[in-house]
Design a protein around this ligand. Sequence first.
Ligand code: OOG
Ligand code: MG
Length: 268
Amino acid sequence: MSVSLESSLTADQIEQLAVLCKDAEEQAHEITKLTDEFPNLSVDEAYAVQQKLIHLKQAEGKKVIGRKLGLTSVAKQQMMGVHEPTYGTLFDYMMLSETEPVDLSSLIHPKAEPEIAFYMGEHLEGSNVTGIQVLSATKYVMPAIEIIDSRYKDFRFTLPDVVADNSSSSRVVLGGKATRVEEIDLSLLGVVFYKNGNLESTGAGAAVLGHPATAVAWLVNKLYLQGEKLRKGDLVLSGAITGAYSIQPGDHVDVRIEKLGNVTIHCK
Ligand code: OOG
Ligand code: MG
C-alpha cells in the first residue's frame, strides 16, 4: 500500500498520530480529538493516518480480514453529527464468536449496532462500481453485531478524527447463517435490535444508503482512489442500520434480521 494522497502533515506527524490512536486502542484510554491540535486535518490526511495505523498493526503480525463502512445511515449520521460515510479496516483480533462472552474490560466506552455483513466471493476493484456489481461479487451475507469503541473522549469526533481512528472499529460478531444474495432484496429486510430483552430500535436494510450493497460500492470506489480493492474472502460490514447502543458487562444484545437470522452477544 502506498500513501498517495496530498498531505501537509509530515510523514513523522502522520506516524505520531497513528501511534497515538493505536496506543489508545491497545491501552483502552481516551484521547482528545486530533482536530483539537490539528484543526486543518483533512479527510485525506486522516486516511493516511489510518493507513499508517494499519501498517503498524500488520508489522506486529495482525491480519486484515476486511473493511467496514461507518456512518452510512441517517440514524448514525444524526447521532454522531457527521454526515458523510467513512470506512475502516477490520483485523483478525476483532472477530469474536457468538458462543463466547464479549470481554468489555479491554474497551473504553463500547456501543453495539446491527449490521449486514458481506463475504466477498471475488475481488472487486474500480472507480464506478455499482451495487449490482457488489452483489454479483458477494458470496454470502450474514447478520452482524459490530461493537464500536471510539478512542476519543466522550465518543465525540469530527469526520477526519473518526477516519484516523479506524472508524471506531473494535469488535465484530457474526451470526445467523451464510445466505446467498441472489433471491433477497437486502433493502427490504426488517431489522430489530434488543438489549436485555427490551426492543431498542427497528429498521430495514434500506437505512444504509438506500441499499447495503450501495454502501459497499461506495467503499470500493473510495478504496480505488488509494490504489486498493476488496479481495476474495474479505468481510465487509455495510454500516449500522439503526443507532448504536452503549453496552456494559452483563448486557446481552440480540439482533434479528429478516431472512438472515439472529446474532446475539453476552457481555462480561
Ligand atoms: C463511527 C463508526 C460508525 C457505523 O456503522 O455507522 C459505524 C462511530 O460512530 O463511532 O461503524
Ligand atoms: Mg458500524
